[in-house]
Write a protein that binds this ligand. Structure first.
Ligand code: 5GP
Length: 115
């Protein structure tokens, strides 16, 4: 069940501040509080979705969210490239149970996976 008190739900409700990068009717993008690269932005849908699978199964407009991810990438000016990550569940290392995409870039990134 979706936890209405997870940190990203609180950010969406404006109860916790975030450094906003982009917002539209589908999504909110903001800087990660603990950046793992010189650019590290999170994009979250404006709905109660726990994970990638939950979002794709339940959202009426999946495309709108992904277009918001692309708008965010354009705003961040990541012409040299970037990496998108979405952690899901225990094995994926997901910490916040509200679906999100990490956008990482601004420098040459290291190996994709470290155990
Ligand atoms: P996950 O491990 O769930 O894929 O990633 C959660 C991300 O949320 C982490 O990179 C973490 O730094 C970030 N995060 C956790 N709490 C906050 C917060 O209060 N504000 C912001 N902006 N990011 C947060």
């Amino acid at each position: 069940m979706y936890d209405q008190n997870n940190i990203f739900a609180k950010i969406l409700r404006g109860e916790i501040p975030a450094k906003k990068v982009y917002e539209d009717e589908y999504a909110l993008a903001f800087h990660d509080i603990s950046a793992k690269a010189s650019v590290h932005v999170l994009v979250i849908p404006k709905g109660p979705y726990i994970s990638f699978s939950d979002f794709v199964e339940k959202a009426d407009d999946v495309t709108g969210f992904y277009k918001a991810v692309e708008e965010t990438i354009k705003l961040l000016d990541l012409k040299q490239g970037f990496r998108l990550i979405s952690n899901s569940g225990i094995n994926g290392g997901q910490e916040v149970p509200h679906f999100h995409i990490h956008i990482l870039g601004g420098e040459k990134l290291g190996p994709m996976i470290s155990k």
